[in-house]
Write a protein that binds this ligand. Structure first.
Ligand code: GAL
Length: 642
């Protein structure tokens, strides 16, 4: 696979006289792909059923005839103002029951039937018009589903759709009452129409009620997206992409990706570290201008796995892109530092090393107006080059030199499950327990050991390609995964919390985990506040600790003599949430048993192996040594794989 570079462009933001020069400069910079269209509904259809496609026809022609391939976005993330007059009840409602207003973007409820019809209509019109246009070589549906907390809506439309979803799932309110345990606190329902979304309850709503609402909300996003994919496929053979977000678990990206040919995500490393990742101030200061050294890679691996869902390919063969790559300071984080020189190149190479077919920078030119005017682009607002342009050009040149960068199967698999994230959000039991962070900490430990990782979806049925598998924090196990674990001949570390609940989020009898071949039961659970920990013989558990019983071997103990890891030759159960050093040490021990070489990489140095190369990335703000090579701060090094 020969990767490419792309850019996001908004022809509607610039005078038409500028388009040709912009296109020529993009081509000269080595850019292959240009994404357009995704926020331009008000220009395509200025009034209901009054269309103006001419400007878009011309933009596509100008960009395409300059030699660029176009990703055409459907504009449904920004319904025009007239749409709200036409469908006043299409707005999503927040948890207080208030409608979210017009005046920014994503102001729609996924469940609103009228808006779904509008979304199908505009998508069909675009697909009919541009489906066979030779310049349109890919599609993007909508833009960043879930962005600005928009998956969940408590609107009347969502309420009605939730009731239908429950009726289909349970068939009778008796079955629902049993599944949810509604005998508790006299919460039984007799009619579907009595059931509301789980907001504004006096104290916490019933956990399965919350979990089902999360599942329903996710299904609404999947259904909304599927409508657009179906319309596009009627008129076009070009691949369909959606641009996912980072640290966003509110819908099941694996499920949605079954309708996509290529997945992608929008990577803003510095914005994320500043805004969304819980790290110490010292760590945040050290990586302020580089981003978290493991955050991008984790998402690359998740979305590569998601990109394999439609064709059921192996996880490392998934097709995926970075649709938006941070090019400089952004506007939306609490503070917005500029990347260290070199980072806009490093991030691109890291994505490519994880299998990205394209890294597309957001955006071509910084806008001098509106909400994102403080957000950098490859060009400044005055059209002079911004610092990232030279780095993007460097990547484009280096790609030509390096040639094929095909991903290889990783030796390690890490199971990641959206449903479990929702379950633990409904029932964290400890204020800092999140499924995403637990999986991320496991991933970090693997990366520190220098291992390349494949993310596995929770219905994975075959683990035989991996020497080591981690399955932290899974609510329950799907039948295929339970069977695969029972048959597994490598080393699998499951837990904490894995398979300790039923699908309905209650406690099973016998208590879990219940995997053939593992004689371990988690009988008592403790959550640990930040002021406390559970000391181990070596290291410590933080946040979470389960007391285990069973006949299997104790492989590691707490200082008080309780089991910390317990199991047999192949399956092991981890009783708590190890702190980073402890997790890294556990991984090194397991690697030795599994016959894998494990390193202990210094903070900032990270590795990724492809079929032909080993890539080494220096996220540190200072030069770092890799064998006899000195890699500068924000530097990338690659060598042929032995
Ligand atoms: C993304 C979004 C873009 C733009 C960008 C700014 O979330 O898809 O439209 O807003 O952030 O960083």
């Amino acid at each position: 696979m020969i990767p490419t570079i792309g850019v996001c462009y908004y022809p509607e933001h610039w005078p038409e006289t500028q388009w040709e020069e912009d296109a020529a400069r993009m081509v000269k910079a080595g850019i292959t792909w240009v994404r357009i269209g995704e926020f331009a509904w008000a220009l395509m259809e200025p009034k209901p059923d009054v269309f103006d496609w001419d400007w878009l026809d011309r933009a596509i022609e100008v960009l395409g005839s300059a030699g660029l391939k176009i990703v055409l976005g459907t504009p449904t993330a920004t319904p025009p103002r007239w749409m709200i007059d036409k469908h006043p009840d299409m707005l999503a409602h927040d948890a207080n029951g208030q409608p979210r207003k017009f005046g920014s973007r994503r102001h729609y409820c996924f469940s609103h039937e009228g808006y779904r019809v509008e979304s199908r209509r505009i998508t069909a019109l675009m697909a009919e018009r541009y489906g066979r246009n030779p310049h349109v070589q890919a599609w993007q549906t909508d833009n960043e589903y879930a962005c600005h907390d928009t998956t969940v809506s408590y609107s009347p439309a969502a309420t009605a759709a939730f009731r239908d979803w429950l009726a289909q799932k349970y068939q009778s309110t008796d079955a629902l009452n049993r599944a949810w345990g509604n005998v508790f606190w006299s919460m039984q329902y007799d009619e579907w129409s009595q059931i509301d979304p789980p907001n504004l309850t006096v104290t916490e709503p019933n956990h399965p009620h919350q979990l089902d609402f999360a599942r329903f909300s996710s299904d609404q996003v999947v259904a909304f997206n599927r409508i657009q994919c179906d319309e596009i496929r009627k008129h076009s053979d070009a691949p369909i992409i959606h641009n996912f977000m980072g640290r966003e678990t509110s819908f099941d990206h694996f499920k949605l990706s079954k309708d996509l040919d290529i997945t992608s995500w929008d990577s803003y490393p510095i914005g994320f570290l500043s805004d969304r990742i819980g790290e110490t101030p010292t760590f945040k200061a050290r990586f302020l201008k580089q981003g978290h050294p493991d955050n991008q890679a984790f998402h690359h691996d998740i979305y590569r796995a998601a990109g394999a869902m439609r064709t059921e390919a192996a996880p490392h063969e998934g097709r995926w892109w970075v649709m938006e790559q941070q090019p400089g300071p952004v506007n939306w984080a609490p503070w917005n530092p500029a990347p260290l020189p070199g980072m806009c190149r490093l991030w691109a190479w890291e994505a490519i090393a994880h299998g990205a077919e394209c890294v597309s920078y957001f955006r071509w030119r910084q806008a001098p107006f509106a909400q994102e005017q403080m957000h950098a682009g490859l060009l400044r607002p005055d059209s002079e080059p911004a610092p990232a342009l030279a780095e993007a050009m460097q990547v484009a040149g280096e790609i030509t030199e390096l040639g094929d960068v095909t991903a290889a199967a990783a030796p390690v698999g890490l199971v990641f499950d959206y449903d479990s994230c929702w379950a633990w959000e409904a029932q964290p039991q400890g204020a800092d327990f999140t499924g995403f962070d637990l999986a991320f900490d496991a991933y970090r430990a693997l990366r520190r050991a220098g291992l390349s990782v494949d993310i596995l979806h929770p219905e994975t049925a075959d683990l035989s390609a991996y020497r080591l598998v981690l399955a932290p924090g899974l609510l329950t196990l799907s039948d295929p995964l339970r069977d695969a674990l029972a048959r597994y001949k490598g080393i699998a570390l499951i837990g904490p919390r894995t398979d300790t609940k039923t699908h309905d989020l209650s406690i099973p009898t016998p208590m879990g985990p219940n995997i053939p071949g593992l004689d371990v039961t988690a009988v008592v659970t403790e959550s640990l506040p930040p002021i406390a920990d559970e000391p181990l013989e070596k290291g410590r558990f933080v946040r979470w600790f389960e007391h285990l019983e069973g006949r299997d071997t104790v492989h590691m103990e707490t200082r008080a003599g309780q089991a910390a890891i317990m199991g047999g030759a192949h399956l092991r159960y981890l009783a708590g949430w190890p702190d980073p050093d402890t997790f890294a040490a556990i991984i090194r021990t397991l690697c030795t048993e599994a016959g894998l070489d494990a390193l202990d990489l210094p903070e900032g140095l990270r590795i990724r192996d492809t079929a032909r190369h080993r890539f080494v990335f220096n996220y540190a703000p200072v030069p770092m040594k890799w064998h006899d090579v000195m890699i500068p701060a924000a530097g990338v090094h690659w060598e042929a794989r032995s």
